[in-house]
Design a protein around this ligand. Sequence first.
Ligand SMILES: [Zn+2]
Length: 105
Amino acid sequence: MDEPWPDDILTVSCLRAADTNSVVPGSLVKTCWRCEASIWISPATLDHVRNQPHRLVCMQCALEVASKDDDPKLLPPTADQLKELAEALGLEPPEDPDGPPKADG
Ligand SMILES: [Zn+2]
């Protein structure tokens, strides 16, 4: 597939379902736009991109696209994504120095 990648569409990289056993609760199975592999998209990711044009691709395709693109529009992970990923993996979520104070309970 050699068509140019549009500049105004976000590339959202997702883990391939076949590559991970650690899935964020509530994740949905989607299909890689490029290679049609099954991929997981987490609720925070979906929420982050749902109001803007985007394409969901697997990590492998994201890396390939980025390597061919002078100015790849790859989304950095958001704080919410990092948090749910940490929770899914049983890790402490990273501290967010700019975030609101933690409300326990
Ligand atoms: Zn792919």
